[in-house]
Design a protein around this ligand. Sequence first.
Ligand code: NAI
Ligand code: F6P
Length: 384
Amino acid sequence: MKAIHFGAGNIGRGFIGKLLADAQAELTFADVNQPLVDQLAHQQSYQVNVVGQDARIEKVSRISAIHSASPDAIRQIAQADIITTAVGPQVLEKIAGTLAQGLIARYQQGNHQPLNIIACENMVRGTSQLKQHVMLQIPEEMQKWMEQNIGFVDSAVDRIVPPSEAANDPLDVTVETFSEWIVDSTQFKGALPHIEGMEPTANLMAYIERKLFTLNTGHAITAYLGQLAGYKTIRDAILNPDIRQKVSAAMKESGAVLIRRYAFDPEQHAAYIDKILSRFENPYLHDDVERVGRQPLRKLSEGDRLIKPLRGTLEYGLPHQNLLLGIAAALSYRSDQDPQAQELAAMLASKGIEQTLLDVCHLEDQPEVVAQITNVYNTMQRQA
Ligand SMILES: NC(=O)C1=CN([C@@H]2O[C@H](COP(=O)(O)OP(=O)(O)OC[C@H]3O[C@@H](n4cnc5c(N)ncnc54)[C@H](O)[C@@H]3O)[C@@H](O)[C@H]2O)C=CC1
Ligand SMILES: O=P(O)(O)OC[C@H]1O[C@](O)(CO)[C@@H](O)[C@@H]1O
C-alpha cells in the first residue's frame, strides 16, 4: 500500500502516519516545512513516546519525506493507494491544487486503481470540503472518472498530541495512550484498506459531532477559562475545581444536544465526558492553553465547537449557560503569537462586542443570546 500523508506535524507523526507505518504502508510524509522534510528524509525514522498508563516507546521507521508542493508530490499522488492529511482546516484549500495536479497525472497515466483520500482535521466533514476545493481544479472530462475511482472519505480523529518541547530529537513525538480514528465506510472506493486503529462506520456524523462537540468543546473552554485565570497549561486549568465544574457542565450541555440528536445512551455519554476530563489532567503531557485555544476565530465560527453546540441547545430548548460562558471566554482569548487572536482583539476594539459576535459567530437571529454573551464578556473584562 503506497501512502502519502500531508502534514508531518504532531498528529501526522504521532498518530495517522504511525498507523499507516504500522500497517506496513510505504509511507511518504509531504510537508511545507523544508527543514522538517529534510530531517525526516535523512533519518527515515522517529520515536513515538506513548505516555500515561501502558507507557512505551514505539519506533516508526522506513519512512520518506518530500516537499508537499514539489513535482515529486504530484508523481507520488499519481501512484498512491491512500492519501491522508493533518495540516489544519485552513490549509486544505492550499493543498487542493497539488492534489488536483496529481490526480490529473494519474488519469493521464491510465491508473484506474482506487485511491482514497482522508482529511484528519478537527472539523465536520473536512474531506468533503477538501473534495470541493479539488473538484474546482479538475477538468470536466475527468469528473466521471473521479467519481468512480477516487474516494473522499470523511473522518473523526481523536488523540491529544502537543508539541514535544523536551524531546532530544525534534522528530520525536509524545502522545497520550488514548486514540480514536473513525472513517466513513460508505465513502471508500475499492476494498476498505485494513489499517489497525482505523475504525469504519456508516454513521460518521454521530462520531464527528460526539468528538468535536465534547472533547474539543471542553478542551477549548478549559483553555479559554484557564488563560483568564492565569494558567499556562490545560492540566493546571482543569485541576482548578471552579474551571473543572464549568467545563464539565458545558460538555453536559453540549452532550444533552448529542443525546437528543443521536440517541446516545446518557450513562455512556457521562462516562465519555469523565474520561475526557481525566485526559485533560494527564500529568505526562505538557499542553499549553495557547495551543488548545489557537485560532479563536475558527473556534468561534458557526459550525465549530462552541457555536454549533449552542445552536443545538437553542434548537431543542436546552440549558446553555456554561456554553455562553465558554464563548465569552473565547472572545477574551489573547495571544501575541496568534494572528487570529490579534484580529479578534482588533475587531473587539474597533466594532465592540455585539458587532464582533454578529460578524464572527453569526448569531444575528439570536439577539437575546447576543445580549447574554455580551453581559458575561463585559463582566469578564471588568474582572480581568
Ligand atoms: N495535535 C493534536 O492533538 C490533534 C490535531 N488534530 C488536527 O490535526 C491537524 C494538524 O494538527 P497538528 O498536528 O497539531 O498541527 P501541527 O502544526 O503540529 O502540524 C501541521 C503540519 O502541517 C504542515 N503544513 C502546513 N501547511 C502545509 C501544506 N501546505 N502542505 C503540507 N503540510 C503543511 C505544517 O508544516 C505542520 O508540519 C489540525 O487540523 C488539528 O485540528 C486533530 C486531533 C488531534
Ligand atoms: O487542533 P485545533 O482544532 O486547533 O484544536 C486543538 C484541539 O485539537 C486537539 O489537538 C486534538 O483533538 C485537542 O487537543 C484540542 O481540542
